[in-house]
Design a protein. Sequence first.
Length: 329
Amino acid sequence: MRAVVITQPGGPEVLAVREVPDPPQPGGDQVLVRVRAAGLNRADILQRRGTYPAPAGAPQDIPGLEFAGEVEAVGPAALRCKPGRRVIGITGGGAQAEYVLAPEGALAEVDSLGWVEAAALPEVFITAHDALFTQLGLQLGETVLIHAAASGVGTAAVQLAHTAGCLVFGTSRTAEKLAKVSPLGLDEAIAVPRDKPDVFAHQILEATGGLGVNVIVDLVGAPYFAANLKALAPLGRLICVGLTAGAESQIDMGLLLHKRLRIFGTMLRGRSAAEKAAAVRRFADHVLPLVRCGLLKPVIDSTFTADEVVEAHRRLEGNETFGKVILTF
């Protein structure tokens, strides 16, 4: 089969599409999927650079965390998936290839979307749904702040929070990106200059009459952490989903205690197969029906063929994307 291969750690130019051995036939509850499209994620860039290796059992030289395709074959313990069914799924790596082998629990059936749209769903919507509802316990009518609202996970989180009847604030570096997010359900947009990372806290407190927001979803990291505590209401919850701008920060722990705040950290890739299966099942039950009826939608920035993977990585690294970058096979 053909696959995207990281030939050595480095820039986009180290990527190549090569012939590699086919996966083995599925055993147990495994499912072999013919991949038609695969999403590109920041984790793929970090893996390519050599700073974020794939978990044990996943290919170290073939990136890819999410895919859409057709079931080719199933193991004897797979109960739901049948050959020919259209599915989407998540994996620890190896999705950017013509075939991928995954546990049945990591898959969900899709029937009404094209391959590109389907491939844009799993990683961002499973991550956002898990963060907002499973980890944070988001409730109807709460106030939510989503950092990096124009990112893949950000656009998914905005839509999910809006659909749950919440007042949704969002940040981004530019007003132009925020203007694109607004139709997805963003109520209040806050542009955050790179040299003033704490500006959003003042605007949140002003907009909420000094109370703050109930929930913050942070995909940025260190520069925003201290200001997040200021922007949270008493008993507020913060979840750290990404660290795109750094991992170390100093905070006022007095705020943490005084407001009785709760802080969560989350990562989808490193979870056990059982934990991933539970997250996929909740996504299939609660999110996919809303996609089918048009209340939620994947946001596509651009589409590239697998042979254009170098250009796709450059597009994502340029930080001008709005929504997902997709590779087709």
